[in-house]
Ligand binder design. Structure first.
Ligand SMILES: NC(=O)c1ccc[n+]([C@@H]2O[C@H](COP(=O)([O-])OP(=O)(O)OC[C@H]3O[C@@H](n4cnc5c(N)ncnc54)[C@H](OP(=O)(O)O)[C@@H]3O)[C@@H](O)[C@H]2O)c1
Length: 335
């Protein structure tokens, strides 16, 4: 049987050039599954910032070329290795970083440990985006609670991780100070009921952030942007604050931090990574978090915004729409 996949011939920091160089390739589906592997018939796969930086060659993982992009998807397990037979015919969501496969493919191979069984009522579109962002928001919410914060600063506040965090924060009565880069997003956040919204390019941004952070006693900023924004956050937060960097959307090195703030004002800069967080949870705890998150989605208490879907063949349109309007929600690719 022949299957179609998106094929990336070379990495390029110019995303338009990289997207234009990509093709749909056809290959025979002949796979000898290892004992812990599963073969998945893809149903839907989202485009995430990590997929964009992978295509640009700027992600933590580089696959041998030509590569199949895509790290996340939902699908149905159609075949398994000898240790993964319990997954046969299961609907799963997965976050896979296998070198010779990717989720932008009609079928793909994943490690069973990277697959999450999906409850029957979990909507397909939400299942496509289930393995990464809901767990990221959950893990980051734990950081907020461990630090006993009643308020938190989020940048890239139009992102889905930020949206999921806001949904969780509202339930806990935690106030969010939202930082966005496009002024038009302000209205959308106001309609959601958000009170504290700053535009990162606005005049007096640093001054306003300093005032609001002090007023709301916010000692934690969750930074998805990096670049100079990280140092700005560090400089503006009250004494003994932490900036937790979990994304590098600016594509720039961290900068702009005043060393005196770190030395004399006891401010801390740390990183946060989902893979590391998942590795220390243990299976029982992970399964219980997974079920809790799925129930929240099924009950309408948590959701990822989806703006559109395209077939694999229309990957170029999909990528360009996503890059232009990231805050409107995820774009899904379907076979
Ligand atoms: N550390 C981890 O393990 C982990 C796990 C999951 C996600 N993440 C990170 O979480 C972040 C959000 O992911 P997501 O899937 O929720 O994103 P998303 O929904 O696809 O949205 C991306 C958001 O980033 C904003 N953005 C893009 N470039 C920006 C820049 N240079 N400066 C400021 N804002 C920018 C976009 O705003 P516009 O509308 O202005 O374009 C949009 O709101 C990403 O950095 C991702 O890598 C990290």
């Amino acid at each position: 049987m022949k299957i179609k996949s998106i094929s990336l011939p070379d990495y390029s920091s110019n995303i338009v050039r990289a997207a234009k160089s990509m093709t749909i390739s056809t290959r025979d589906l002949h796979v000898e599954l290892q004992p812990d592997e599963v073969l998945v018939k893809m149903i839907a796969a989202p485009i995430n910032p990590s997929d964009i930086s992978f295509i640009q060659g700027g992600y933590a993982i580089k696959k041998p070329l030509p590569a199949i992009p895509g790290f996340e998807a939902t699908g149905e397990v159609v075949d398994t290795g000898s240790n993964a037979m319990h997954f046969k015919n299961q609907r799963i969501s997965c976050f896979t970083q296998k070198m010779s496969w990717g989720t932008y493919s009609e079928f793909f191979v994943a490690d069973a440990k990277d697959c999450i069984p999906i409850l029957k009522n979990l909507p397909e579109k939400q299942a496509a985006c289930f393995s990464i962002n809901p767990f990221t928001a959950y893990g980051l919410m734990e950081e907020i609670k461990q630090k006993r914060q009643r308020s938190v600063i989020l940048n890239a506040a139009g992102s889905q991780v930020a949206g999921l965090l806001r949904q969780m924060a509202r339930k806990e009565g935690i106030k969010v100070i939202n930082i966005i880069r496009k002024p038009e997003l302000k209205k959308l956040l106001e309609e959601e009921g958000e009170e504290w919204i700053l535009i990162q390019e606005q005049e007096n941004f640093d001054k306003e952030l300093t005032i609001i952070a002090k007023k709301l006693n916010a000692h934690l900023a969750l930074d998805a942007v990096g670049g100079d924004m990280t140092g700005t956050l560090l400089n503006c937060l009250p004494d003994k604050s932490t900036v937790l960097v979990y994304g590098g959307l600016s594509g720039k090195p961290l900068g702009n931090a005043n060393p005196l703030q770190v030395i004399f004002h006891k401010k801390v800069l740390k990183g946060w990574d989902l893979n590391h967080w998942l590795a220390i949870q243990g299976k029982d705890r992970f399964d219980s978090i997974s079920e809790k998150l799925q129930r929240m989605i099924i009950d309408g208490n948590l959701s990822t915004k989806i703006q559109n879907e395209y077939t694999l063949e229309d990957y170029e349109k999909a990528l360009f729409q996503y890059i232009k309007k990231m805050s409107l929600g995820k774009i899904l690719l379907r076979p």
